[in-house]
Design a protein. Structure first.
Length: 361
């Protein structure tokens, strides 16, 4: 385990667990600071490897390959939260700076909500669902409308079933032998995220919170600044987010998503990593979430997180939308990022960031 009091100098090797677009963008940020990146991922080819110096294609459960990878790296981070915890814990002296406990909690929606509630946060009403009797009790206690989610592995709207009425509950065909959670719907004004970075010395800095719009369970647009009634709830959400980071002893970028409601911010979910709703920071902030994550895990001074323009809009490009790259580039206000993936329906293929230079716009 690296000494948390000592910075890791440029020229060292940063290991990344996971090979998606978040790793791809972290690889670019790391290279700008003079680091080499080594990706470990089961997918071959993977888009993160295209911006990194080395790539180990192997299953996360391959403990021998994982140990060789860890030994080749000076520090290791992860670019998505579903990296299996068991193999990581089995690697003695693994140079991880972001704590495994953060993965354990974020991988289980029930554990996540209980953890945040214990810190004083307010999640949506929830109950564990392990069988039909549990589901019936959850419907009786929480009511409808609501949503059933798998406790593990769901993302971007996957592993979720809307229950709009008691009749829907009766007709629901839920997966057997799969731990689930039932959540009551939240009457909200908007969704927003708090993205922070915590350094090795415990310093925390925040980016401006984006107001987020989703389509079919996938983030479609993030806008900074959020509307005033949403922004008014950010201080309370930041206070909870800091408690989470400190309770975990977290190092790096951490994201918490919230619903803005008439009663205040309601916690939705946590991502112990850089986040889609923070992609605007590449062009719109003095220091991007990707660069500050690298700075944090390497023990460097954190960069300024201030927004440098009056406003920013970030749109995800989903599926065939990525084929409209020529039109995107025809507008000089746009900044296009494509992830190098094969086009697939519902897949995040890239994003475009538009800087708003006129405060009156």
């Amino acid at each position: 385990m690296p000494d948390k009091r000592v910075a890791i100098a440029p020229g060292a090797t940063i290991g990344m667990l996971g090979g998606g677009q978040l790793g791809r963008m972290m690889g670019v940020a790391a290279a700008q600071l003079g680091y080499r990146c080594h990706v470990f991922a089961p997918d071959d080819p993977c888009v993160a490897a295209e911006t990194c110096a080395a790539f180990t294609p192997a299953p996360f459960e391959d403990e021998d390959a994982l140990a060789r990878f860890m030994n080749a790296c000076d520090v290791v981070t992860y670019e998505f939260e579903n990296v299996p915890v068991g193999p990581l814990a089995a690697v003695e002296g693994a140079p991880l700076r972001a704590p495994i406990r953060a993965l354990e909690i974020a991988q289980d929606r029930l554990a996540e909500k209980r953890f945040v509630a214990d810190l004083g946060g307010t999640p949506a009403p929830f109950m564990a669902v392990d069988d039909e009797a549990d589901f019936t009790r959850a419907i009786e206690r929480i009511g409808t409308p609501g949503i059933v989610k798998t406790r593990r592995d769901g993302y971007d709207g996957k592993g979720q079933w809307r229950i709009m009425s008691p009749r829907d509950a009766e007709d629901a065909d839920l997966p057997a032998d799969t731990p689930l959670i039932y959540e009551g719907f939240v009457d909200f004004l908007a969704e927003f995220s708090v993205i922070l970075v915590r350094g090795m010395d415990g310093e925390i800095r925040y980016w401006d919170s984006a107001e987020n719009e989703h389509s079919s369970g996938v983030l479609a647009r993030s806008t900074v600044p959020a509307r005033p009634d949403i922004a008014a709830q950010v201080p309370a959400a930041r206070e909870l987010s800091a408690k989470v980071a400190e309770a975990l002893g977290y190092i790096g970028v951490l994201t918490l998503e919230f619903f803005a409601t008439a009663q205040g911010p309601v916690f939705n979910e946590m991502a112990p990593r850089v986040h889609n709703s923070g992609h605007w920071t590449i062009e719109g902030a003095r220091t991007s979430q990707f660069e500050n994550h690298i700075r944090a895990i390497c023990g460097l001074p954190l960069g300024d997180t201030a927004t440098i323009v009056p406003g920013v809009v970030m749109d995800n490009l989903i599926g065939e939308q990525a084929n409209g790259w020529a039109g995107v580039l025809a507008d000089p206000a746009n900044h296009l990022h494509l992830y190098g993936k094969d086009v697939r329906e519902g897949r995040k293929m890239g994003h475009v960031t538009r800087l708003i230079l006129d405060a009156a716009a």
